[in-house]
Design a binder for this molecule. Structure first.
Ligand code: V47
Length: 376
């Protein structure tokens, strides 16, 4: 069998040699390295290198979670150009608002089906108060004492701060006291202000996004983080985004996972009509793994890249597939071709076929069950 050094030395792209050396020596990659990696056509070497780093961090384990997404409302005062889920108009036939009873019912179904996590994100509803948002957390906590509540993106936390007149820190403390466990990573989009002006002109910028996550981390609230790619951004924008996350993680260490989100092109106002390619999805996952030396996990989100690419991504730097999801709306309003839910058995099979060991995890990556050979 060829050693890793030998396999990597066979690269057809000589520009990769210094990067390979750095990775094998455990050295941090630079902005320029990130650009070179995005520009290479030697996908195989990129995959081998990223998989080497993944297996150094997480062995052969690949994770999934039994979870449910709940989107309490799609009424939103922001009008992001890529978003097909939200509407600004409460009278729009597609507008909806869930009652607390509906939210509890959905979470109850999830718990009955083995979920350890609910992932809650929705619009910035112009009529809802801080107390309305907080009651979603407290009612779920009251009904499901052991459920992990991962809720409200940094964009929602900023909104709650403006609604209540409280600081980010005080909003987060109150939500934590109500039962919030962690924050999801949505709302990051692409940090570049130039791109943000095109795709999400009214959304908080990268400084506030990261400030909110770092504030949460300092309060003991972990979070995930994301990057929306495949629209009008450049490779430079992607690398800049990823390195800003790396810098924030150096400060607080609270990100558990990075999730590249592949742009879905339908029913929105952005004039980009193409889905991302499989090669771009794999490159983005691999480069993320290689640049983010301080983030423990990289997620191949099957909802947005499809099951097949997500499965292959497990050998290109990803070690997590998200989960059963149970009801996905955001990507599917925008034309995602994947199913809207996933069976646990299917996730286990996809991971096993990729040559990895499936691990059902909780939100913070504590193993719940390892499906090693004896279980398979
Ligand atoms: O914030 C919206 C993105 C995000 C589109 O934290 C779109 O573990 C692609 O953040 N094409 C919500 N993406 C989903 C999200 C997420 C998903 C799974 C796991 C985690 C996690 C987080 O979806 C939004 C936005 O960035 N989004 N519209 C679209 N047309």
């Amino acid at each position: 069998m060829l050693s890793i050094e030998k396999k990597l030395s066979l690269t057809s792209d000589k520009r990769l040699f210094p990067i390979i050396d750095k990775v094998l020596n455990g050295e941090r990659l630079s902005f320029e390295d990130g650009i070179t990696l995005f520009n290479t056509n030697d996908l195989n070497t990129l995959g081998i290198l990223a998989n080497y780093v993944t297996e150094k961090k997480n062995g052969k384990y690949a994770y999934f979670v039994i979870n449910r997404q709940i989107n309490p409302t799609n009424v939103c005062s922001l009008e992001c150009k890529f978003c097909a889920f939200a509407t600004i108009d409460k009278n729009d036939p597609k507008a909806y608002e869930m009652s607390l009873d509906e939210i509890v019912e959905k979470a109850g179904y999830a718990v009955e089906n083995g979920a350890s996590e609910v992932h809650i994100v929705g619009g910035l509803h112009p009529d809802w108060t801080f107390e309305n948002y907080k009651s979603i957390i407290s009612v779920l906590r009251k009904n499901f004492p052991d459920l992990h509540i991962k809720a409200f993106t940094a964009v929602e936390i900023d909104y709650l701060s403006r609604l209540s007149g409280k600081s980010y820190k005080d909003v987060l403390i109150e939500l934590k006291e109500a039962g919030l466990n962690s924050l999801p990573g949505g709302g990051a989009e692409i940090f570049s202000p130039k791109v943000r002006r095109i795709i999400a002109p009214e959304k908080i910028g990268w400084k506030k996004y990261l400030q909110i996550h770092k504030t949460a981390h300092r309060l003991g609230i972990h979070s995930t983080t994301t990057m929306l790619y495949g629209h009008v951004e450049s490779y430079e924008d992607r690398v800049d985004h990823i390195l800003k996350i790396r810098e924030a993680q150096d400060e607080t260490g609270g990100f558990t996972c990075f999730i590249p989100l592949a742009y879905q092109p339908e029913n929105n106002e952005l004039s980009v009509d193409e889905h991302t390619s499989g090669i771009d999805d794999l490159k983005t996952i691999a480069v993320s793994r290689l640049l983010l030396d301080n983030v423990p996990h990289i997620k191949a989100y099957w909802v947005m890249i499809g099951e097949k690419i997500a499965q292959i991504a497990l050998n290109f730097g990803a070690d997590d597939m998200d989960g059963t999801v149970m009801e996905e709306k955001i990507a599917h309003f925008a034309g995602a071709k994947s199913p809207t839910a996933q069976q646990k058995e299917k996730l286990i099979r996809l991971i096993k076929e990729a040559g990895k060991i499936p691990v059902e995890r909780d939100t913070l990556y504590n193993p719940i069950r390892i499906y090693d050979e004896q279980h398979l």
